[in-house]
Design a protein around this ligand. Structure first.
Ligand SMILES: Nc1ncnc2c1ncn2[C@@H]1O[C@H](COP(=O)(O)OP(=O)(O)OP(=O)(O)O)[C@@H](O)[C@H]1O
Ligand SMILES: [Mg+2]
Length: 73
């Protein structure tokens, strides 16, 4: 598992479950595709990608990838 945390604004209130939806963005000129594509790439390698809001600020993004041994099962 890889986890990356920042000290930014944190996930959007009431919409934390939507940030992975295609075209969802809180930016004026965002495409809203970055996280959707990232999740697609990770899942195509049989991993998972998710985000959590951190208190008092910031967010963490985590992904897993299977080990080679698991991939050969
Ligand atoms: N590190 C972060 N901290 C807080 N919110 C985030 C973070 N990364 C993404 N988000 C939220 O998820 C939304 C979707 O992110 P995504 O990367 O898919 O598109 P975007 O960043 O809005 O647009 P683009 O990638 O085209 O600049 C963002 O608009 C923002 O609301
Ligand atoms: Mg982005």
């Amino acid at each position: 598992m890889v986890s990356v945390s920042d000290t930014g604004v944190g996930l959007p209130d009431q919409q934390a479950d939507q940030i992975f939806n295609p075209f969802f963005t809180t930016k004026a000129h965002g495409t809203g595709m970055g996280l959707r594509i990232s999740r697609s790439i990770v899942e195509s390698h049989r991993g998972r990608l998710w985000a959590t809001d951190n208190s008092p600020r910031g967010a963490s993004f985590c992904f897993t990838l299977p080990t080679k041994a698991e991939g050969n099962e």
